[in-house]
Design a protein around this ligand. Structure first.
Ligand code: NDP
Length: 300
């Protein structure tokens, strides 16, 4: 808490999700099942390496079988597809993800489509995208938007009837976020506006938001002029900016000017420590769900 502002502690809320996931992992043990997650990293993008390591470490901590597969940046497409085929038919693996971004010779959409939809715990496969769009609950929902819903649930934000403005329309954050908020149900039924780089008068639109979700990838882009007093602000952005005083020579900032916006909003996520930890938590929740479904226990 700071000057009456509710800072949404993603780390702490993610730990609550982890505790639930761990209970589900233990319940699966009774059936002789250990949820298995395979994370594939192609190339040596330093940020991707950190994400993959975090996922691997957290999965192991919660009792998952976790496999990390590292491939060189020039890995031929055929080799990656062979590996994905093998993982698709490996009964010890319930969830598969390929860390993006991929080197330019690999087509992300083709790679995602090669993962079995039942193991696509990132929720990016066309089958899962269609299920989300159609409102079917037996697919997988992308982890970042799912984590954001969990944060909203935590603060009992009344989503139904609210005006949600999502800035960004990517397939991993903006679009699925908008679809989720549009769905019927207690965490949906919002009136949703989606803005992007071609939107005119952005501030006039974002100022109408009860819930403002920034997923732009532009450091410190949104300020107090974009935010209505009392709004809930979710900052998805993770941007590196140079900082000679930081041990690594850079620090992470969001898409929102936190110091400026925090005093006027009802709640805000910090960067780091807001949406990021929730994304990993929901990935593991999706993986345990995949394992439950594999033995016919799956809730949808
Ligand atoms: P993309 O680059 O795929 O999409 C960015 C979106 O923002 C696009 O739709 C783009 O519009 C829009 N945009 C860019 N500039 C502007 C602008 N000036 N005004 C309005 N809209 C703009 O990014 P991602 O969705 O993959 O990621 C967004 C951010 O979230 C990044 O910083 C990323 O690192 C972070 N991220 C964080 C995660 C987490 O766990 N916390 C998970 C995933 C991403 P257009 O479509 O017109 O180009």
């Amino acid at each position: 808490m700071s000057s009456g502002v509710n800072i949404l502690d993603g780390k702490a809320i993610a730990e609550e999700v982890h505790a639930e996931t761990q209970r589900r992992v233990e319940a699966l043990e009774v059936h002789g099942i250990r949820p298995g997650l395979a994370v594939v990293l192609v190339g040596d993008n330093p940020a991707s390496r950190i994400y993959v390591e975090n996922k691997h470490r957290t999965a192991s901590r919660l009792g998952f079988f976790s496999r990390k597969i590292e491939l060189p940046a020039d890995c031929p497409k055929e080799q990656l597809h062979e590996i994905l085929n093998a993982l698709n038919s490996d009964s010890a693996i319930h969830g598969i993800l390929v860390q993006s971004p991929l080197p330019s010779h690999l087509d992300e959409e083709e790679v995602v489509a090669a993962i079995s939809p039942e193991k696509d715990v990132d929720g990016f496969h066309p089958v899962n995208v269609a299920k989300l769009a159609l409102g079917h609950s037996d697919g997988f929902v992308p982890c970042t938007p799912l984590g954001i819903l969990r944060l909203l649930q935590h603060i009992r934000f009344p989503v139904p009837g609210s005006h949600a403005v999502v800035v960004g329309r990517s397939r991993i954050v903006g679009k699925p976020m908008a679809l989720l908020l549009l769905q019927r149900g207690p965490l949906g039924n919002a009136t949703v506006t989606v803005a992007h780089s071609q939107t005119r008068n952005l501030a006039a639109i974002t100022r109408q938001a009860d819930l403002l979700i920034a997923a732009i990838g532009q450091p410190n882009f949104l300020g107090s002029e974009h935010v209505r007093e009392g709004a809930v602000v979710i900052d998805v952005g993770i941007n590196r900016i140079a900082d000679a005083s930081a041990p690594r020579g850079y620090r992470l900032v969001g898409d929102v000017r936190f110091e400026e916006v925090a005093p006027i909003c009802r709640a805000i996520t910090p960067v780091p420590g807001g949406v990021g930890p929730m994304t990993i938590a929901m990935l593991l929740q999706n993986t345990v769900l995949a394992a439950e479904r594999a033995v016919g226990l799956g809730r949808s």
